[in-house]
Structures are given as structure tokens and as C-alpha cells.
Design a protein around this ligand. Sequence first.
Ligand code: SDX
Length: 427
Amino acid sequence: MKRFAKFTIDGKTVELPIIEGTCGPDVVDIRNLYQETGLFSFDPGFTSTASCFSNITYIDGDKGVLLYRGYPIEDLVEKCDFLEVAFLLMYGELPNFSQKESFEQSISHHTLVHEQLRSFYQGFRRDAHPMAIMVGVVGALSAFYHDSLDIYDPAQREVASHRLIAKMPTIAAMAFNYSRGRPLPYPQNGLTYAQNFLKMMFAIPSETYQINPVIAKAMDIIFILHADHEQNASTSTVRLAGSSQANPFACIASGIAALWGPAHGGANEAVINMLKQIGTKANISEFIERAKNKNDSFRLMGFGHRVYKNYDPRARIMRKACHDVFKHLKIDDPLLEIALELEEFAIKDPYFIEKKLYPNVDFYSGIIFRALGIPPSMFTVIFSVARTIGWVAQWNEMIADPGQKIGRPRQLYSGNVKRKIEDNRTS
Ligand code: SDX
């Protein structure tokens, strides 16, 4: 039975249809609101706004549930590798053996970047933040791959998508090595996605590189956990850029730029800086109080989430992966001790309980990256490598939608009304 939301404005009653999804909140379709009432809706942070239909990722924030194409993240981490999850996000189903083989082959044959693109790196300072390099180099890919820019040709869309998934690890590892004054690495076909990334990051040309299977598995899990997350800020940026019919490389570069912010993907780097600032367990209570103080700009980085009002399921998996890596590498990191104690403190504190602030995916990821020898400036870069499949899948879903329109929000104008330039303006 069709349902409607009825409301009365200045004596006029308006009925707006309610559209139901398969799970999660239904929506009030306000596409005709302005036409029917002359009013705009107002929702600056999009706290109550669904921007699109999507079949890709579902989050139940109250229950702490994350599904990629219906599969729980916990099951995918346990039973699949990253490229299988990437295939799932892109095509909607887990690959069978032959599909997995041909997908892996396609990705591995796109991991190289054009040799001239490598010279871009020489233009950056050695101390450039690698996210600045990622935004620049990924945006420049459209200058090299003219045969995959026609967004209305499904074959070109697929090639561009595979190129982006395949080249991100190479571009990221090149940025890391460039900052270290080391030769820019080349990918090695035949390795898994995570193994290839680790080798490009850490192999020294003059030595044989040994793949550590525990570290490679941890990296694969990290890629899966960061792959997609419905309409977050960077994915919404990619969709908005894509709605103008910009080429896929430009759209993904815009997503990388949006992800960089410390309120979003930059939080993993901010968590490490925060834990260093806290310094010892003895200081935790002082910083918890600062996080609760409205007059103090300090926030507990890695805590809180727009959607999760329960424990982020990715943080739980990441915390276990942390313990596994630390046990395997026989290391202990005082920052992990502080993080565990901080979590214990915060989740029992009435402020965090009342505001439903729990650890999110970024709270433990930085600590595991440290254990893997990855510097804080590379944390969000790795997030962007993993999230590229999510951005690409969401971009394809939008472009393939026949009803797709350019995204163009309106505003509540509160500026000057029309006025004349006064002739007696002072000089
Ligand atoms: C990611 O959207 C996604 O899906 C993102 C992501 C993904 O996979 O794409 O999950 C990845 O970005 C995770 C989030 C990483 N960011 C951080 O860890 C930064 C710290 N967190 C906060 O900045 C904040 O929690 C946000 C940005 C994550 C969410 O902000 P919201 O939803 O706009 O919530 P809010 O700022 O309105 O907070 C609600 C209340 C506020 O208090 P009141 O104004 O109601 O009194 O909770 C407080 C906030 O002051 N609050 C915090 C807090 N986060 C929120 N107080 C202290 N420390 C915090 N971390």
C-alpha cells in the first residue's frame, strides 16, 4: 500500500510519497517539494538526507552492522581476499573461480603507470604530504588514458575502473619511496594485491624482499575494512563530481581530496598524533575531560561517527588484527596501551555513553600501520587506496542510473537584498 507524508503549509496540504528500501530507513520523496510549496528542505550536514538509491553498502548504525552487497563485513574479512571483495562491490556478486582469475589478471595488468607519469614525482618536494601527491597524480591520469574517458561507454568505464583499482597501490608506494629518496618501485605481477603493495612500499632494489604472510594478511584485512561505506563525505564528493560528467580519474582525485580531512579519512593520522600528545596513561583522564569541554577544540580522534551510534564493527576487527600483528612481530607499542586504556575510560564515561560515541575504524588503524612500519603521513593514503574500489563502484552505479542528474543543491540565502552602489562612496 502506497504511503505518503502529509503536511500543511500556509493552509495548503501537500502529500509526498514515501519510498521503501530493502532495509534501513524509508525516505520521503521531496523531489517535488519546491514545485508544490515554493519551499526548499534544509539539511546542511545531510544528517537526515538520502542523496541517492544504492545497492552497494548498508550500515545499521544502531546495531553496528556493515554489509557489502548484503554480506557482513566480519564474514568477508574471514572468508575472502581484497580482490574478491572488490569484485563483489563492483559487480554485485562474489566471483566464481574463472571470474576471480580474469579479474585478478586484468587488475595485475594495469598496475604499471605510464613511464612519463613517474617524472611527475620529481616536481614535488621530498617532504610533500603524500596525500598532496595522490591528489595531483591521480587527477593527472586522465592526461594519459584518453581511451577510457567516455563515461557513457560501459567498456571504457570498466577499463578506467580497473586502471584506478590497479594503479592506486603503485602511485601510493611511489609517493612513499619518493619521500624517502629511494627509487620509484615497479609492481610485480603474480603477487596478491596486498603482497604487491607491501613489496612496492618496502622492497629495497639491492636486497631480496621477503613477504611476511601475517603482515600481508593484515594489510588485506585493512583494505577490505576500508573498501566502502555508503554515502560518506568522500564518496558523496565523487558522486557529485561524477554527476557533472567529469572523467573518472578527476572524480576519484576529488574523493582523495575530501578523504584527507581529519574529520574523515585523515582521522587515523590524527589519532596517532593525539595518542602521542596524551603521552602516558596518567594523562588520559585530563584529555577525556578536554574532549567533553565545549570550549576546548580538542576532540577524541577516532571516536564518534555520523552513522554508527554503536561500536564500529570495523574497529572491533581492527583491534583484533592489531593484537595478532603485535603478537606475531613480538612488539609492544606504548601507544597501543594508551589507546586500549583510553577506550576503556571513554566507553564508560557518561558523556560518551549519552552521545553514543564509540571507537571508529580510524581508532586502531593507525596503531597497526605503525607496527607495519608505515609513517603517519601514509595512513590516509592507504585508506584512499582501499576506498578507491568503493568510490569506483558508487560512481559506476550513479553513471549507469538512467535517472541520473547533475547534483545542484540550493540554499537558504541570508545575505544582502538588492541594493544600489552609493555615489557618495568614500574614496
Ligand atoms: C571516517 O562517514 C563515514 O562513513 C566515514 C568513515 C568511512 O568509512 O568513510 O567511517 C570514515 O571518517 C570515520 C570518522 C573519523 N573521524 C574522527 O574520528 C574524528 C573525530 N570524530 C568527530 O569529528 C565526529 O564524531 C564525526 C565527524 C566523526 C561525526 O560528527 P557528526 O556526526 O557531525 O557528529 P557531531 O559532531 O554533531 O557530534 C555529536 C556530538 C557533539 O556534541 P553536541 O554538539 O551534541 O554537544 O558529539 C560530540 C560533538 O561535540 N562529539 C565528540 C566527538 N565526536 C562527536 N566529542 C568528543 N570527541 C569526539 N570525537
